[in-house]
Design a protein around this ligand. Structure first.
Ligand code: NDP
Ligand code: HSE
Length: 403
């Protein structure tokens, strides 16, 4: 089975490494020898044996009838979308780690794959090496999924862990995450939460069978989290994690990505460094958790290669996925119930406004010059109105609290 690999960066080079390392067992599991015939990249790789099969024009791959599987690890929506459509329409299965592509065009590409009796597979697009797409598609189909909550971004979890455990500076840890190949080309995608947002939209779409538009998922990253927030979290028995959530609440579905204070006893509190974990609640199975390395060359490549093997095994058969193009209306963020931890400047006027507005607040022992408290449960819109009255200029930080 001849494969073309698009992109020879962190993940793409990992794919070659994994296939070379485990060639025999991969061939056995695929039921046929897997061979990378072309690698498409913008660059040349002098001195690297891969250079012998480097090509720069996708047409060469599209027009080669020997290529049955195209595996993409380039990133970005274009030209990946055009390459995916061309591949699927010409009867080649398409495997990708590219969540931008999947979140935006997943439903359509699955439909094209179905029509052409090939496969569009994207296990590596969420949770790096963690199997989560296949379980949602296959193992949990007896359930109605009520909730998916996860740590879905390795870079930010790595940053939060190092800031907390080693007192290190945000920028310094981000540089290390980049050097380790965890971060996106533009790391704003990680630290502003956009990457986790696309991932929760993919998982929610698969779980609910209809399209969750990632652009409608309220998203906050970790750039406003400070060393002081970490000190408070520790004192209160919490840790700060960037959580991506999709939950059925009443008759609607709400989704969100934001930093959250979670109790140290919460199962996601122990997920550190580049590890990700995804908690799923189904109405029959109850709670299930998936855990593993959420980013990095080999874990991600492992998921890409597993999809190549699956595509080879299912030659001539489309694996049905439940993700239609019909869009889900998400619950209005303003109606979602929350509790917040808030730090404000310690001045009499501000504190009096806080006490007037949050009648059941829980005062927290504060750092010098600050007043800190936990709000009662209220809707996001009520909280926002009260914060307007207190005036955001007086607010040092506000972080949602789980439960
Ligand atoms: P890299 O930037 O390391 O690799 C991408 C490679 O693709 C580069 O060699 C790049 O060349 C090449 N490329 C980009 N555009 C084109 C194009 N139009 N034609 C040919 N080659 C192209 O990225 P990663 O390997 O880290 O990530 C790849 C994808 O996998 C992304 O979608 C990412 O989100 C996803 N992913 C990454 C993970 C990780 O841990 N790194 C984990 C899970 C998913 P050049 O460098 O010259 O631009
Ligand atoms: N930048 C992503 C992360 C890569 O850190 O999780 C894995 O999708």
């Amino acid at each position: 089975m001849k494969v073309a690999l698009l992109g020879y960066g962190t993940v793409g080079s990992g794919v070659v490494e994994v296939i070379n390392a485990n060639q025999d067992s991969i061939n056995k599991k695929a039921g046929t020898p897997i061979e990378i015939k072309y690698v498409l990249d913008l660059r040349e790789f002098p001195g690297n044996p891969i250079n012998e099969i480097i090509v720069h024009d996708f047409k060469q791959i599209a027009e080669d009838p020997e290529i049955e599987i195209v595996a993409e690890a380039m990133g970005g929506v274009e030209p990946a979308y055009a390459f995916a459509k061309t591949s699927l329409e010409s009867g080649k299965s398409y495997v990708t780690s590219n969540k931008e592509l999947v979140a935006l065009h997943g439903a359509e590409l699955l439909e094209i794959a179905r029509k052409n009796n090939v496969n569009f597979l994207f296990e590596a697009s969420v949770g790096g090496g963690i199997p989560i797409i296949r379980p949602l598609n296959q193992c949990l189909t007896a359930d109605e999924i009520c909730e998916i909550t996860g740590i879905l971004n390795g870079t930010t979890n790595f940053i939060l862990t190092k800031m907390k455990d080693e007192g290190r500076d945000f920028e310094d840890v981000l540089k290390e995450a980049q050097a380790l190949g965890y971060a996106e080309k533009n790391p704003a995608a990680d630290v502003e939460g956009y990457d986790a947002c696309r991932k929760i939209a993919i998982l929610a779409s698969l779980a609910l069978g209809e399209h969750v538009n990632f652009e409608e998922v309220p998203t906050e990253g970790i750039t406003k989290i400070t060393a002081e927030d970490m000190v408070y979290a520790e004192k209160m028995g919490y840790v700060i994690k960037l959580l991506a959530t999709c939950k059925k609440q009443d008759d609607a579905v709400f989704a969100r990505v934001s930093p959250m204070l979670i109790s140290k006893s919460h199962p996601l509190a122990m997920v550190n460094d580049v590890f990700n974990a995804i908690f799923v609640n189904g109405n029959v199975i109850g709670d299930v958790m998936f855990y593993g390395r959420g980013a990095g060359k080999l874990p991600t490549a492992s998921a890409v290669v597993a999809d190549i093997v699956d595509a080879a095994k299912h030659k001539g058969t489309n694996i049905i996925s439940f993700w239609s193009r019909k869009k889900i209306e998400l619950k209005d963020q303003g109606d979602v119930k929350v509790r917040y931890f808030v730090r404000v400047k310690d001045n009499a006027e501000v504190v009096s406004k806080v006490q007037e507005n949050f009648k059941q607040l829980e005062v927290v022992e504060a750092l010098e010059g600050e007043f800190a408290f936990i709000t009662e449960v209220c809707s996001e819109s009520t909280f926002a109105e009260k914060m307007e009255i207190i005036d955001y200029a007086n607010v040092l930080s506000k972080i949602r609290i789980d439960k």
